[in-house]
Design a binder for this molecule. Structure first.
Ligand SMILES: [Zn+2]
Length: 249
C-alpha cells in the first residue's frame, strides 16, 4: 500500500498558457480522447464525466458526509494502487504544465474528473455527477461582489451537474487560468459530494456552511500538497466542524 511522496514543483511558477480567448473557444469543443490534451483516461471514464447515468446510491447525514471527506484526505494515508496511480497522473499533468512541457486545453479538467474523484472524493461522484463547460449566459450576471466561475445544480435523486464558466475562468486576471480551473472544479466537487451522498431534505441550509467548510479545507490542504493546486483563494474563509479550537474562532 503506497504513500504518495509529492515532488517539488518548479519555482517560480513561470508557465505560459495559451491565449485566454483560445482557451475559451477550446472549452466548447466536443470532448474526445483523441483530441485536445492527451490525458490518460478511458472511454468509460470520459462518458461518465460527461453524461448523466442511473446508478443507485445510499445516503448519509450531512455531518457524516463531511467527515468522510475529511478522513479520506488525511495526509500520509496509505493509498490503494488505484488511488496512487490516479494521484500520480494528476501530479504529472500539473507539473508538466508548470514546467511548460504540456500545452494544456480545457478538456483536461473533464478528462481528469474520475481521477480527481478517486483521489479526493472516495470515487463516489462518478456515475452521479457530470461536468460541462458553459458560457457566462448559463450563470447569474456578475456583480461587484460576486462572479460565478462554476455552479453545481442538483438534478434530484442524488444526481448533479457541474457547470464551469469558460467566460469567467478564462477572463480571470486573478492567479492563473490553469489554477483557477482546478480551484473551481474542486470547490464544485465539494458541493456535488453533498448532493450525491446526502438526502435532499438533509442538505446543509447554508451552501457554504460548516460541513462544506470541513470538506473544502481538507481537500484544499491535500490538493496543495499532493498535486500543487488549491481549492481556496487566499483570503477566502470557511468555517468547519473539524478543528473547532483553531479555525472557528
Ligand atoms: Zn460554492
Amino acid at each position: 500500500m503506497p504513500v504518495h511522496i509529492p515532488r517539488n514543483p518548479p519555482l517560480p511558477d513561470t508557465f505560459h498558457a495559451r491565449a485566454r480567448g483560445e482557451l475559451r473557444a477550446l472549452a466548447f469543443q466536443p470532448i474526445q480522447r483523441n483530441r485536445g490534451i492527451n490525458y490518460p483516461c478511458t472511454e468509460s471514464e470520459l462518458r461518465d464525466a460527461t453524461t448523466p447515468s442511473h446508478q443507485p446510491r445510499s445516503t448519509v447525514s450531512a455531518h457524516q458526509a463531511s467527515q468522510e471527506v475529511l478522513a479520506y484526505n488525511a495526509l500520509g494515508r496509505n493509498l490503494s494502487r488505484r488511488e496512487y496511480n490516479a494521484i500520480c497522473r494528476l501530479e504529472d499533468v500539473v507539473l508538466g504544465v508548470f514546467a511548460n512541457r504540456i500545452n494544456w486545453t480545457p478538456d483536461l479538467i473533464i478528462k481528469a474528473f474520475c481521477d480527481i474523484d478517486v483521489v479526493f472524493f472516495l470515487g463516489r461522484l462518478r456515475g452521479h455527477v457530470y461536468v460541462q463547460w458553459r458560457s457566462a449566459s448559463s450563470f447569474p450576471p456578475p456583480s461587484r461582489h460576486r462572479l460565478y466561475y462554476g455552479r453545481t445544480d442538483y438534478l434530484g435523486g442524488g444526481k448533479a451537474v457541474i457547470r464551469l464558466n469558460a467566460d469567467g475562468i478564462f477572463a480571470s486576471t486573478r492567479l492563473s487560468t490553469f489554477k483557477e480551473m482546478w480551484r473551481t472544479m474542486l470547490h464544485e466537487m465539494c458541493h456535488a459530494y453533498e448532493f450525491t451522498q446526502v438526502a435532499s431534505q438533509n442538505f446543509e441550509s447554508n451552501r457554504h456552511g460548516r460541513h462544506f467548510g470541513t470538506k473544502i479545507l481538507a481537500v484544499h490542504e491535500r490538493a496543495r500538497r499532493e498535486i500543487h493546486v488549491g481549492a481556496i483563494h487566499r483570503g477566502e474563509g470557511y468555517n468547519d466542524y473539524s478543528y473547532p479550537s483553531t479555525r472557528t474562532r
